[in-house]
Ligand binder design. Sequence first.
Ligand SMILES: Nc1ncnc2c1ncn2[C@@H]1O[C@H](COP(=O)(O)OP(=O)(O)OP(=O)(O)O)[C@@H](O)[C@H]1O
Ligand SMILES: [Mg+2]
Length: 355
Amino acid sequence: MALKKLEIKNFRCFKSLEFDLSLKSSLFWGNNGCGKSSVLEAIYILCTGKSFRTSILDSAIKRGEEGFSLTALTDSSKRFYITKVRNQPISIKINDKKVTALELLKYNPLLSIDHNTYFYNDSNPEHRRKHLDRALFSVYSDYSQNLLNFYHTLRLRNLSLKKSSPKDANAWNVSLAETGDNLTKYRNDFVTKSKTNFINILNQSSHPKAELYKDIKIAFNAGFSETSFLDTLTKNISQDLFKKVTSEGPHRADIKFLFDNRQLKHSFSRGEQKVIAIMWSLSFAETINQLSSSCPLITLDDLGSEIDPHHLELLYPLFNKFENQLMFSNITSLFDSKIENPFNNFKMFHVEQLN
Ligand SMILES: Nc1ncnc2c1ncn2[C@@H]1O[C@H](COP(=O)(O)OP(=O)(O)OP(=O)(O)O)[C@@H](O)[C@H]1O
Ligand SMILES: [Mg+2]
């Protein structure tokens, strides 16, 4: 499914905006503060019911207004309508029927590549876990429930550890291990497939840097040391009672990027890390395409910042190969006379002129 038309009212700097998107790729460009990220944020909210910039949605209501509304029409004639009135919960409707944010996610999967993603290797493990879990939400309908069950049981075990009760703590081991093993299986499988896609993406490129990036090792750490999570829980009980917390498990899972056996962040420049993070996210999109019937919309905020034109040329051919609907933002219109317009059915919006 692709978004065909957008309507934005009283959102951030926009009073009222209405335009037709490209079903393939759209670029929003313009100066700092003109509203590029706000357009992508509006699209993100239309797909997830949340913002990638803030947990306080009221801050996105245009100053001086009481609420915002966002509407998207899809190529299959579905109408997504979201309103947020100050101090009231968000209202989400699909074809005039109220739905929850979780239901919305299933209709309109989206993969956002934004400032939270660019310094993937520099950010904390929790961020990388969330990035992975969000991708898994779009593939497996039971994944979010499984994750909730896991964290619920983990809290109960930790509570028993705080009360220094080994009997109570151990009583949670089997159910915790069951949900934990399930999460680990999904995560491991998804990362393995994404690693293959990462290499495939690089193999499609004749860019000189592609060869270097192929030497990056991507390692999934499940978060526990024993072969089974149950064995880890049993082995760690004295240590966990001492620390009053479950020390190992899927809640400590991480993905590490290594080059020459060292973490990537120690040797790669910021621009290089950003290109790698974009390619890794595109590998996720490809895995979602392969594992599910959905083809997530991909948004990419501030594509060109910190990446020189030579490195951008590594990314352009990749975008072209994706069947997903793509939306970018950038300060300039990206293409000078030397770089041929690389995208299919490409539409450019000068955001200053949209309002
Ligand atoms: N609630 C709000 N009401 C009115 N204006 C707002 C609100 N929230 C943010 N703004 C303003 O909206 C403008 C657009 O912000 P946005 O982050 O979308 O710009 P941008 O084009 O992405 O800029 P940059 O190139 O710096 O990333 C900014 O001037 C910002 O101060
Ligand atoms: Mg921006």
